[in-house]
Write a protein that binds this ligand. Sequence first.
Ligand code: FAD
Length: 448
Amino acid sequence: MVNKVSDPRGADSSGIYRRPRLVLRLKRFEDLPSLLSKPKSYPSPIRMVGADYSQTRCVGGDGGTTVDTAGLDRILEFGENSVRAQAGVRVSTLVKALAERGQELPLTPEMGQISLGAMAMTTLPQASYADGMSQLSSCICEIKMVTPQGKHMTVTDRDRDLMRVLRSSFGLLGLVHEVVVRVRPMLPVKIDYQVLNLKEFGARYPALIGAPGALRLHVSPFHDRITIERRTPAESASITRSGIWQIKQSVMRNVLPAFGSTVGSVLAARGLRAAVLSGMHRALSGGSRDVMMYSHEWMRDMPKEAWKARHTYSLWAFPQADYPALLGAYFAFCKSYYKKHRYRGNVVSGAARLHQDRGSLFSASYSGPMFTLEPSSSGEQGWDDFLIDFNEFASSHGGTPTFNQTRALQPEHVAKSFGERAKLFRALRQRTDPVNRLRNSYFAYLLG
Ligand SMILES: Cc1cc2nc3c(=O)[nH]c(=O)nc-3n(C[C@H](O)[C@H](O)[C@H](O)COP(=O)(O)OP(=O)(O)OC[C@H]3O[C@@H](n4cnc5c(N)ncnc54)[C@H](O)[C@@H]3O)c2cc1C
């Protein structure tokens, strides 16, 4: 029914320790109930894995059975407002297929290696355009899954409370094999950039957050520089396809590669940091300020094996109202940490504005509008220690973490940020899966 992989992965070069006893390649979702019913052949915990790109041990093998969903790779049905697909389909595959039909997702991430199963079940905050939609999981309007007891279940967003719990349940309440994702007609997006120092950012902040559009920031604590990228859907733009393509080439070649994750791999050699950073700012000030592109064109495919990206980052979200002050404190924290420990990660930290989104229980912007802060690194020595102190900084400044993108998370961070929501989830999980068929040690530690 499923292929067994004889050499399960242990800790890989990304430093994430996995250690399942078995890795199974699932071909047919119909096999899930029988797999769940045989703990002797398929030891607990049963953990689903999509693209395996998470930054934490949320997949976590623990001597159990890891189920790889890559074989569930069919897009089943395109509709006017939604698309039905299996859980192993990658977001990049879906987004490209939608673009051919003139459609797009309400939110498009920058990385393509996200499985639809993970999209439905994890917290993936994205630079957002409007209230109610800042987690990728909020694009999901139907989930087909198998419960820990092996029962098939279909949940739609008519059942809002259940959907809210499932949308950040990390495979602890059931195994997802099919989803329906909301789509809309494709629109060109105008992208403009502005480079400010911290003082200017603080002074212009009310206007920056008051204007429409999605905001992505590139924050350089050591250079006192914040690059603001604003994405505004150009509903009435009359831009020709070739016009968009020309601009896209220049952005892709000159600007985007200098940002975010690819920077990590390029910057492995320490001396290159300053060169690349100034290259980015040269590119920004070199004229590519107002550009137009379709959202699928900013998505990049990472290497097939997660560890090859050689890029690690961590993510916390902070209340929008105090964000300029938070950035000031972060700049001071990074400088003082460097002075004391001679360590700094990648010089540019990412950030994104999140509108309030209560579509999932552990949404990073459940309580109100937020901005993320995402320090990154090539994983060199010092990063793990930095994260311990950064987590204390983030938690004491009112930050909200995620279970799949916040590294070195501790139970007290979870309790402080999620409070009653964590208790509610724990109670529900215990009732749904009393024998812990799906729970791994990572979630046992953080959520009980
Ligand atoms: C270099 C890099 C760049 C990144 N850039 C972005 C970005 O631009 N935007 C963004 O949103 N994220 C980004 N990420 C984060 C990444 O997308 C997320 O961590 C996401 O979880 C990855 O999806 P996945 O398929 O790899 O999930 P996995 O790591 O495979 O799984 C995540 C969790 O979901 C559970 N799960 C998976 N499938 C199922 C299923 N079918 N049923 C039940 N549970 C399931 C797993 O058990 C696990 O707990 C980036 C990561 C890296 C390393």
